[in-house]
Design a protein around this ligand. Structure first.
Ligand code: NAD
Ligand code: TYD
Length: 357
């Protein structure tokens, strides 16, 4: 793409945001400014693979989306064509342990951010203002939980969030929508299912299972292991975000999913089988480490996404199957043990000790 645009990305040092930054700089001639607070899950090393040519079009700003003065300064300085908001607190279990942190980041800071972007957007010339997009990255968890035979979530499914994380993201989505309805800010919202792939912080199921298996530790599966998630490779999520930016209609939301529903037990068994093949353990199959543990409070049973709208209107198609994508992901973690070691900071060890004790 020869778009030469300036993308103001937030949370670009996290799992999905870093993939978006890397893909954006690889696929087009644009520039990226990445504003990230570098919370425990934000890691500048996630962008180590950027080559010199890409780095020349990349700038990092350490800061909070809720810091109006800082955000305003950089908006005025770089005059972005799009803001892509990945910044958030993202882990359901942490939201159960400390909901306030999620309300601060995903609702209060987002509200300040929207107001700051709106104030800057109002200063733009009409043509630039009309072409601008504020794309807010959200989750399928805002729709609540499904039973085994319920139809998948569509864009019309009423919001019914169950965890503090999901409720904070739902509140954020409502704010974004309200800024469009009330002030005309050109917004897009994407609601995506569970992502997997390289550089995911190992508090989430897939990297946690890989890490624990490699360390010979128990692989914790909540409850019966029968809860169902729809899994999408992170690059397919990022390609959908790009398409929404290029072709999406202002004020619209788009569901993004992998049509790949798996029980948690299926996911961890598959990881163990891949590890058995790629790094056989003298003690026998890694499946021996799978351990059923106490269920998550209010654990949503099933998420399932109907992504017909983004397929039909924007022509989006995922490129990875779950089987290939998981194989590639396990291989990435095997080949990047130094990355894994670097993210297992004191904070990470404290979380694991407190949560799984
Ligand atoms: P992540 O936890 O890996 O990354 C979040 C990033 O946001 C980190 O770099 C962190 O430092 C930064 N951040 C947090 N608060 C900030 C603030 N106030 N100001 C600036 N930066 C801040 O999360 P992720 O998995 O990459 O998720 C990114 C986005 O995608 C989130 O909005 C999440 O809700 C959404 N999402 C995630 C998934 C998934 O499966 N991971 C699925 C659907 C949607
Ligand atoms: P997670 O990766 O935390 O994503 P989310 O809660 O946003 O879906 O969890 C995915 C599924 O795996 C979810 O049903 C909870 C379950 N899970 C476990 O069984 N054990 C674990 O240690 C973790 C972190 C999650």
């Amino acid at each position: 793409m020869q778009d030469g645009k300036l993308y103001f990305v937030t949370g670009g040092a996290g799992f999905i945001g870093s993939c978006f930054v890397i893909d954006t700089l690889a696929q087009n001639t644009g520039n990226v400014l990445n504003l990230d607070k570098l919370t425990y899950s934000g890691n500048p090393h996630n962008l180590d693979s950027l080559g010199p040519e890409a780095k020349a079009r990349y700038n990092f700003v350490h800061g909070d989306i809720g810091d109006a003065a800082l955000v305003s300064r950089y908006l005025n300085q770089c005059q972005p064509d799009a803001v892509v908001n990945f910044a958030a607190e993202t882990h359901v279990d942490r939201s159960i342990a400390d909901p306030s942190a999620f309300i601060r980041a995903n609702v209060a800071a987002l509200g300040v951010f929207l107001e700051t972007v709106l104030n800057w957007w109002r200063t733009l010339a009409p043509e630039k203002a009309a072409a601008f997009h504020f794309l807010h990255v959200s989750t399928d968890e805002v729709f609540g939980a499904l039973g085994p035979d319920d139809p998948s979530f569509t864009e019309q499914t009423p919001y019914a969030p169950n965890s503090p994380y999901a409720a904070s993201k739902a509140a954020g989505d409502h704010l974004v929508r309200a800024f469009h309805h009330t002030y005309g800010l050109p917004v897009l919202i994407t609601n995506c299912s569970n992502n997997y792939g390289p550089r995911q912080f190992p508090e989430k199921l897939i990297p946690l299972a890989i890490l624990n298996a490699l360390a010979g530790r128990a692989i914790p599966v909540y409850g019966s292991g029968g809860n169902i998630r729809d899994w999408l490779h992170v690059q397919d999520h990022c390609s959908a975000v790009h398409l929404a930016l290029q072709k999406g209609s202002s004020g619209q939301s788009y569901n993004i999913g992998g049509k790949s529903e798996k029980t948690n037990l299926e996911v961890v068994r598959n990881i163990c089988l891949l590890l058995d093949e790629m790094r056989p353990d003298a003690g026998g199959s890694y499946q021996r480490l799978i351990t059923m543990v106490k269920d998550r409070p209010g654990h949503d049973f099933r998420y399932s996404i109907n992504c017909a709208k983004i397929e039909r209107e924007l022509g989006w198609r995922p490129e990875h199957t779950f089987a290939e994508g998981l194989r590639e992901t396990v291989l990435w973690y095997l080949n990047n043990e130094s990355w894994l070691a670097s993210v297992q900071t004191g904070e990470y060890r404290r979380w694991i000790a407190a949560h799984y004790s």
